[in-house]
Design a protein around this ligand. Structure first.
Ligand SMILES: [Zn+2]
Length: 157
């Protein structure tokens, strides 16, 4: 029994099957017989949506948390030196938060408009946010992974 790699989703399946058990792409398509194949749009949208939706929720929750945390930190200093320290910390974290914010916008656009290009832009911007403030990578890495999955698992139209 030979195995065949699905051209649509990359899963290996038996050449005895007439279609991929994972995504239902016909075997002729994966054998490159020149048979055109288009994944059902409903399937594409579902895959893209779930990843991007979770990514967006985590991203937005993180942003809301950050805004409260950093606005609190900036005003909590009891003396001038503490306020300066908090001000520097806020200034350092700002580019990271701005990148996360823009990433969340692209993330939302990808989700609403079902465009993988926006999903990719979101994924890259989340990565940029992670690089800008590596200390907080754990808050952004989920969005990075999910956005890239959302992008990668969505075939080109
Ligand atoms: Zn497949």
């Amino acid at each position: 029994m030979a195995m065949i790699t699905c051209k649509e989703c990359g899963k290996e399946f038996s050449d005895k099957a007439d279609k991929c058990p994972n995504c239902a792409a016909p075997i002729e398509y994966s054998r490159e017989f020149g048979v055109p194949y288009e994944a059902p749009p409903s399937l594409i949208k579902k895959k893209l949506s779930i990843c991007l939706l979770i990514s967006l929720i985590v991203g937005v929750l993180y942003l809301i948390y950050s805004v409260f945390y950093w606005s609190g930190a900036a005003s909590s200093g009891s003396d001038a030196y503490e306020q300066i320290g908090a001000g520097i910390a806020t200034a350092l974290v700002m580019p990271h938060l701005i990148a996360t914010f823009i990433a969340a916008i692209f993330n939302a656009l990808g989700l609403i408009m079902k465009k993988r290009g926006f999903a990719l832009a979101g994924a890259i911007l989340y990565s940029v946010a992670m690089v800008l403030f590596p200390m907080y990578f754990m808050f952004v890495i989920i969005e990075v992974i999910l956005s890239f999955i959302g992008y990668a698992r969505t075939p080109k139209y």
